[in-house]
Design a protein around this ligand. Structure first.
Ligand SMILES: C[S@@+](CC[C@H](N)C(=O)[O-])C[C@H]1O[C@@H](n2cnc3c(N)ncnc32)[C@H](O)[C@@H]1O
Length: 319
């Protein structure tokens, strides 16, 4: 643990099963056994940042927001994603298909995170990855058990699909992304790990209606609609027309930040600076009023340093 960031006297806390249930917006009875096992065997301890340490971290975030080091999302970012995923592809091949090479480089290790309305420093340097593994497992078990096929849009290195394939060997899984390197990684995972998985090129800005979504199947995104900013309507219309049985978006959700509170205000400002997803929840709520979609769940969970990238919305298209 980085001692510069925490006081010696600050108490160490640990996320319990009850905490996970609360963070996922459910009760402990609803947490499946494999999540319980992950929680039991993983180090989920952390220290809250207080007084000067907290001020220091907020200052660091504000300076980053003001700096010119941050990119803004948009169609122009495609080559950057291609380059990033090409490196992961090369490392995956060179390592003889080591699945650890699928962890994206943007997932920071040993970093302060957002948890329970506080900045906290975990003892486990892979806290974010481990938390997401529990969250994914919970969501996949709860909502995808009956779906014969599952589609992840903006799947990147396919690591979420690997997790899903391990939970449900019999399902047909599809990884879609606008990067050819992403498609190639997914297809290499399928061959080397003998998984029922297919990588397909797909641009959410300009959805290909030729793509069939199998009847009864499920759709999800993780940190991918974030990249569409305010230009999510084409993809949303595609989903409404294809009518999967369920859609889950694990994303940063602008409307869920309470901007009268500093902790959330800085996250909203970061999101706006990057041009991340804005207006999506409002649009879904409008479609619900029009009777076109059914909203099933809207839940904040936790976040990495800058924003809550792992809030989730569960919804489905009606009639
Ligand atoms: C932050 S990464 C998330 C990747 C993966 N879902 C994960 O959880 O690791 C965003 C992904 O969205 C993809 N992406 C961005 N814009 C896209 C678009 N217009 N169409 C399809 N994929 C897109 C990127 O190539 C990248 O794989």
């Amino acid at each position: 643990m980085n001692s510069e960031l925490t006081d010696k006297n600050t108490e160490i806390s640990e996320l319990t099963l009850e905490d996970f249930a609360r963070l996922f917006g459910t009760t402990i009875d609803d947490i499946p056994d494999d999540c319980r096992e992950l929680i039991a065997k993983t180090d989920f301890r952390y220290k809250k940042l207080i007084s000067d340490k907290r001020k220091k971290i907020i200052l660091r975030i504000l300076k980053t927001i003001d700096s010119d080091s941050l990119s803004v999302v948009g169609a122009h970012r495609m080559p950057a994603w291609e380059k990033g995923w090409s490196e992961n592809l090369q490392n995956f091949v060179d390592s003889n298909f080591d699945l650890n090479e699928l962890i994206p480089k943007f997932v920071k290790r040993n970093e302060v995170i957002r948890l329970n309305s506080n900045y906290v420093l975990p003892t486990n340097k892979n806290f974010e990855t481990c938390f997401v593994e529990v969250l994914r497992t919970y969501i996949f078990r709860k909502y995808f058990s009956d779906a014969p096929a599952v589609y992840e849009f903006g799947c990147g290195t396919g690591l979420n699909l690997v997790n899903l394939a391990k939970l449900f060997q019999e399902k047909k899984l599809y990884g879609l992304d606008w990067s050819t390197a992403s498609r190639d990684i997914v297809n290499k995972i399928a061959i080397t790990q003998k998984m029922n998985l297919t990588g397909i090129l797909f641009d959410m800005y300009s959805p290909d209606y030729q793509l069939d979504i199998d009847k009864g199947s499920a759709v999800f995104t993780i940190g991918a609609m974030e990249q569409l900013g305010k230009n999510f309507e084409s993809f949303l219309q595609f989903l409404l027309e294809k009518r999967p049985s369920i859609c889950i978006n694990i994303e940063t959700i602008h409307e869920l930040y309470d901007q009268s509170v500093l902790f959330d205000y800085v996250a909203a400002k970061y999101l706006e600076r990057r041009g991340y997803l804005q207006g999506y929840l409002t649009r879904l709520r409008q479609l619900e009023v029009e009777g076109k979609v059914e909203m099933i769940k809207i839940q904040r969970t936790f976040g990495s340093l800058y924003h809550d990238g792992y809030s989730y919305i569960v919804w489905k298209s009606k009639a």
